[in-house]
Design a protein around this ligand. Structure first.
Ligand SMILES: [Zn+2]
Length: 128
């Protein structure tokens, strides 16, 4: 018996339809062209194997290539990735009470956590 992965419906989307990340065109999901790019702002909600990778969806190969080129110009900042891992750990699962617990939950070393905090503190906040 073959085991098939169940697809999860993405909230806010119409079932069976996809959206191009470049031009916002909608099209049937089986026509989607997809690819991963390196992106230090992206962490997977539950699987840290995909941290630092962003899955792109495009309406065709030309738009996927344009998106790839755009992400190639974006710098990959380790501190940004570590900060994103910390945010995931702090906003899901049991509460994190100590720096050591945060290190354990993120797989980061304490000096990396300190650098990520300094990096985050040096950036303007848009959520206030
Ligand atoms: Zn497109």
């Amino acid at each position: 018996m073959r085991w098939k992965r169940r697809k999860k419906a993405r909230p806010g989307r119409f079932p069976g339809l996809e959206l191009c990340d470049l031009c916002a065109a909608t099209f049937p999901e089986q026509r989607a062209v997809r690819g991963y790019v390196a992106d230090s702002s992206s962490v997977h909600p539950v699987n840290d194997w995909f941290d630092g990778l962003r899955l792109l969806t495009a309406c065709g190969p030309e738009h996927l290539e344009s998106l790839r080129a755009e992400y190639k110009r974006r710098p990959f900042v380790d501190e940004e990735l570590w900060a994103a891992k910390m945010t995931r750990a702090l906003t899901s699962g049991p509460p994190v009470l100590t720096l050591e617990q945060l290190a354990c939950r993120t797989g980061l070393h304490v000096p990396q956590i300190r650098r990520a905090v300094a990096w985050r503190n040096a950036r303007p906040r848009y959520d206030a």
